[in-house]
Design a protein around this ligand. Structure first.
Ligand code: HEM
Length: 233
């Protein structure tokens, strides 16, 4: 027999529980447009998906700053653990992005004018990641310099330097998944407004396509070329 849903009653008045106060749910849930002001049904999802991005980017930026300090202090193990965390966050966000694929282009156009000249390029979270991510590489390079190792040595003597290799690979994961966001976002934008269109912020999608080649850690990709060349006769 199918059991009815168990309802666990709250012992506090609505809005007054420790849970609600700690998570500030009352404020959080008023940060979206009220239903009666939505121009179109899918606008709520659009706003929530973007807000979730900003929250996770905030957490990512927080961890990036910590990783910077950890590497500065040669704490490679802890830096690697947090790099794995930010990689997971970015993967989580790829699914968040896909939520918008449940919207049709025509539905998007029904509220697109509300966005006016608002554009993802102005996202404070994204800008912060663009600013904080590249300098981490200088810190990692400095760690290598202190132990007098080259990147090629780390990648060829894998048994000897497992921690440094794990850290370099975690950096690679992060660079890779960031690129995946860029390419998945471009695909989403293309399917919503068409590959030949211009964004609300004035950027043609063709221009956005060029960012697909931007890398935070080009050396990590170059070292792979080196390894391949080393093994070729
Ligand atoms: C209907 C869905 C979406 C469309 C059609 C779209 C379209 C665009 C376009 C056309 C641009 C270029 C700037 C401009 O508007 O002129 C852009 C940039 C951007 N969008 Fe979106 N976007 C969508 C969803 C999202 C979501 C959910 C996020 C997550 C917060 C996001 C984040 C960004 C970022 C960070 C940029 C700047 C990229 C860069 O400078 O490399 N977009 N988007």
């Amino acid at each position: 027999m199918v059991e009815p849903i168990t309802h666990t009653p709250s012992h506090h008045d609505a809005g007054q529980t420790t849970y609600e106060r700690y998570l500030r749910t009352e404020e959080l849930l008023t940060l979206q447009k009220p239903e009666e002001l939505l121009v179109q049904h899918d606008e709520l999802q659009f706003q929530i998906v973007h807000q979730v991005f900003e929250l996770w980017w905030k957490e990512t930026a927080f961890e990036l700053r910590t990783i910077h300090t950890l590497l500065h202090n040669d704490n490679v193990i802890e830096a690697t653990r947090l790099l794995h965390r930010i990689v997971r966050i970015q993967y989580l966000m790829l699914d968040n992005l896909r939520m918008l694929e449940t919207m049709t282009p025509w539905d998007f156009h029904a509220f697109r004018t509300v966005l006016a000249d608002g554009a993802g390029t102005d996202s404070p979270g994204f800008q912060l990641l663009l600013k904080l991510s590249p300098p981490l590489w200088d810190e990692f390079r400095a760690v290598l310099a202190r132990v007098q190792l080259t990147l090629v040595e780390v990648y060829t003597q894998t048994q000897r330097y497992p921690l440094l290799l794990a850290c370099a690979e975690a950096f690679t994961d992060y660079d890779e998944v960031f690129q995946m966001f860029r390419s998945q976002h471009l695909k989403l934008a293309q399917r919503m407004i068409g590959p030949g269109s211009i964004g609300t912020g004035g950027t043609p999608l063709e221009l956005l396509e060029r960012t697909l080649k931007d890398l935070f850690y080009p050396e990590l990709w170059e070292v792979r070329n080196t390894l391949t060349h080393m093994t070729q006769p």
